[in-house]
Design a protein around this ligand. Structure first.
Ligand SMILES: *Cc1c(COP(=O)(O)O)cnc(C)c1O
Length: 433
């Protein structure tokens, strides 16, 4: 695009954009099993109205927008209560990745204050890539440990990886790949024993597990009730059902959060203090988060949690009945499945032909689902298509042309630098003319 001299009308702009979106993921019809967490049109309308009303507000200066300061404080207060952090405080961020960056920055600077100059963080292989990215950005050494047959962190391996330079141990509640909750009490106890910090990544579970527990489902211990857990990341824009661009990072104590902040006192532009990564902070996501939480209340979240869990159970039963295997013992609405008698990537391709978009996983190869209340009406249509596709592939029908061969090659390639080059090349090619 070259800027036109005179621009075009608002209607033409919007028409062009609507046309551009025709190929986008069709999440409203439940076709997408990741990326969008749909709680229905009412929640979406509340979120949008609040977002628009605070569209131009900037939380960079809390004195200029006391409304945003109040919304952020109250959203965080609510999160601290849900996670049972009696004295917990935190910050709102733009997403899980920023929350995790902040947790690692805090751990690094907390370690520096104790004289640790070459800080290390111990990470089960199942943690989200945001930890790898944060370690890379912040100059921390990431030490990876394997997961067990149940896909949960191997705590004995974590113990073996701890050194005097360890500033932080991490567990997930739950992990993204298989939706399993690590043994947080054991990881936190190990951290305490070594005088290190312990972060629980509840980006996906932080606003789901508390309500799952309230409706009487078994949830293993994972939050601030576990001694030794020092910080938790919990995303609002996932199962908090608020507008994208909203997450929380919480610390057990105010003293710990101090390591997250940054101040610059010499700037001619004025005295500058900033809590997190970003400078300007969009008002929309903060306002929308507050609005959705006020709108839903605990009964609203419990109802949505029940709906998502009910859909999850029906999906898991149907997937098992169709001859597939669920990986591990997932606690909530995030899980993956694989096959012992067919190429799971070919199945994903066959489902994609009829519009279903599932994420492909590796190590081991699997298909991944994140179930939202918006999926409730689409469970049976999905299972019908799954059975049809599986029967065709089992009957020897050729797999449709898709990405299966590429995924299989990448998943099995022993030379990961070749895979890395392929991904870099892909990213590089996105803007090629
Ligand atoms: C989504 C997710 C993240 C990263 O969050 P973003 O909002 O995508 O940056 C981190 N951890 C887990 C477990 C997640 O599911």
């Amino acid at each position: 695009m070259t800027l036109s001299t005179d621009g075009i009308s608002r209607d033409d702009v919007l028409a062009e954009m609507a046309a551009a979106a025709t190929g986008d993921a069709d999440w409203r019809s439940g076709k997408t099993w990741s990326l969008v967490y749909n709680a229905g049109p009412e929640v979406e309308a509340v979120s949008k109205a609040a977002y628009q009303a605070f569209f131009s507000s900037n939380a960079l200066n809390p004195m200029a927008f006391p409304s945003l300061r109040r919304f952020e404080t109250e959203v965080l207060e609510n999160a601290a209560q849900l996670l049972h952090g009696t004295e917990a405080v935190g910050s709102m961020t733009t997403g899980g990745t920023e929350s995790i960056l902040m947790a690692l920055k805090t751990a690094r600077d907390w370690g520096r204050a104790r004289g640790i100059t070459a800080p290390e963080v111990v990470l089960p292989l199942s943690v989200h890539p945001a930890f790898d990215k944060a370690a890379h950005y912040l100059g921390l050494r990431a030490i990876y440990t394997p997961v067990g047959d149940d896909f949960r962190a191997d705590v004995a391996a974590m113990r073996a990886a701890v050194s005097p330079n360890t500033v932080l141990l991490v567990g997930s509640a739950p992990s993204f790949p298989q939706g399993v909750i690590d043994d947080i009490p054991a990881i936190a106890a190990l951290a305490e024993e070594h005088g290190a910090l312990c972060h629980v990544d509840a980006c996906v579970g932080g606003f789901f597990l508390p309500f799952l527990e309230r409706i009487g489902e078994p949830v293993p211990a994972w939050d601030f009730r576990v001694p030794g857990v020092t910080s938790i990341s919990a995303d609002l824009h996932k199962y908090g059902y608020t507008a994208r661009g909203a997450s929380t990072i919480l610390y057990r104590t105010r003293a710990l959060r101090r390591h997250q902040f940054h101040v610059q006192t010499q700037w001619p532009g004025g005295l500058y203090g900033s809590p997190s990564m970003t400078g300007s902070r969009a008002g929309g996501p903060i306002a929308a988060a507050w609005a959705v939480q006020r709108f839903l209340g605990s009964a609203g979240y419990e109802r949505l949690t029940r709906a998502a869990m009910d859909a999850t159970r029906r999906l898991q039963e149907g997937i098992r009945a169709a001859g597939f295997r669920i990986l591990g013992a997932p606690t909530m609405s995030v899980f993956s499945f694989t096959s012992d008698d067919m190429d799971i990537y070919a199945l994903c391709d066959a489902l994609e032909v009829v519009g279903w978009k599932l994420d492909r996983q590796q190590l081991p190869p699997a298909a991944h689902l994140m179930v939202s209340p918006g999926h409730v009406p689409y469970v049976e249509p999905f299972l019908a298509d799954l059975n049809r596709a599986a029967n065709q592939l089992r009957g020897g029908a050729p797999a449709p042309a898709g990405s299966a061969a590429m995924y299989a090659a990448m998943a099995m390639a022993p030379d990961r630098s070749m895979v890395s080059e392929m991904i870099l090349g892909f990213m590089d090619s996105l803007d090629q003319r």
